[in-house]
Design a protein around this ligand. Structure first.
Ligand SMILES: *Cc1c(COP(=O)(O)O)cnc(C)c1O
Length: 371
């Protein structure tokens, strides 16, 4: 019997490598507030991600809240986003006193469909919040064009694309602002954590104040800030995990090839499409199951895998418009029936990390190919 296998497994440094960092924290008694490890990690990420402005946060959701806040969007205005995402994406819009407006996904990439975005635009639209979902990048060219033509802002939820580049251009430099998550389930983790990146170092001051209550100095509070600060323990983990990220990504790239080999000839199973010029973050491996052609449904496969001790996840089902706060919201679409309503019953994320063994792959092969 193999041990249970989950969809994610956190990258962790050796405990003995963490101890010297703890000793340093105990010695210095600097626990938080832009401490030395925090500054070191911020610099390291700025260079790793190739973003002129890279600012750490205590989690990705607070970073999303601040990313929207820094754009000073008119109160009550509409922000167009995808329903196929984690709850935090839509919630960050609502928490800013803005209105999420949902647009369908592109059937090919499952990222927000620019044609649906066009349909969702009204006189009240102030921004687009797009998500590079599962590691697939959005149509950045079309979305930027829509934003420019309509005089609206463009924000990216980049939680799934740590380290991705498009034709060599770092993903964190597209649009007005991008947000990463360093939650335990993400490729690069700091236990909990997040990051805002923009293409200009000029944004650093504004993000700095918004992250720290708007405090400029002992005498002045200049902005309506929040407490978004990452602490020194998280930053120390980040410094250690950043050294492990390339190796983990390489192992997952290998696993991607193994999954493709198992699944690419199975009728009714769609494997993730490679995007030309895009370096893959290797965050998730998602498949789309056509229940008619494959003759078993996504939910059937989910259950069969579970019986074999393999815990896949139906990300992101239910979709945001199924959540009670957003129920009844329309999904603008280029099609008669939004494609996201179909795909939410078909998409499945398989365990994707360095803990997946040959034995696990055999079990997964047996479930899909009924050998
Ligand atoms: C993980 C994630 C976030 C942010 O999550 P935190 O747990 O707050 O760091 C935001 N959006 C998406 C799409 C995510 O997967």
């Amino acid at each position: 019997m193999t041990s249970p296998l989950f969809v994610a497994k956190p990258v962790l440094p050796k405990l003995e490598d963490f101890i010297p960092y703890l000793e340093e924290i105990w010695r210095s008694e600097v626990l938080t507030n832009n401490g030395p490890f925090h500054q070191k990690l911020e610099q390291a990420l700025e260079s790793y991600l190739g973003a002129p402005c890279a600012m750490l946060f205590n989690n990705g959701t607070i970073a999303l809240l601040v990313a929207l806040k820094m754009l000073d969007l008119p109160p009550g205005s509409e922000v167009i986003t995808t329903p196929l995402t984690f709850a935090a994406t839509a919630h960050s819009i609502t928490w800013n006193g803005l209105k999420p407006v949902f647009a369908d996904v592109d059937p090919e990439t499952l990222t927000i469909d620019p044609k649906a975005v066009e349909k969702a635009i009204t006189a009240k639209t102030s921004a687009i919040l797009a998500v590079h979902v599962y590691g697939t990048v959005c149509d950045t060219v079309k979305l930027q064009d829509i934003a420019n033509r309509n005089g609206i802002r463009l924000i990216y939820d980049a939680a799934h694309v740590f380290g991705t580049t498009i034709s060599g251009v770092p993903i964190g430099t597209f649009g007005d602002v991008s947000v990463f998550s360093f939650h335990a389930t993400k490729l690069f983790n700091t236990f909990e954590g997040g990051l805002i990146t923009t293409q200009s170092a000029i944004d650093k001051d504004r993000v700095y104040f918004l992250r720290n209550f708007g405090i400029k100095n002992e005498e002045e509070v200049v902005d309506i800030g929040i407490n978004g600060k990452m602490n020194e323990m998280q930053a120390a983990i980040g410094l250690l995990n950043l050294q492990l990220v390339n190796r983990e990504r390489a192992i997952r790239a290998e696993l991607r090839r193994d999954y493709n080999n198992i699944l690419h000839n199975v009728a009714g199973i769609r494997t993730p499409k490679e995007q030309s010029g895009v370096s893959n973050s290797e965050q998730y491996y998602h498949i789309v199951i056509d229940p008619v052609v494959f003759s078993r449904s996504r939910d059937d496969i989910y259950k069969e895998l579970k019986q074999a001790g393999i815990f896949s996840r139906k990300y992101f089902h239910p979709i945001c418009t199924d959540f009670s706060p957003y129920k009844g919201n329309v999904i603008h679409s280029a099609y008669e029936e939004p494609y996201v309503e179909t795909v939410k019953t078909r998409v499945l994320c398989l365990p994707f990390h360095s803990g997946v063994t040959e034995d696990h792959l055999k079990l997964i092969d047996q479930v899909f190919n009924r050998r």
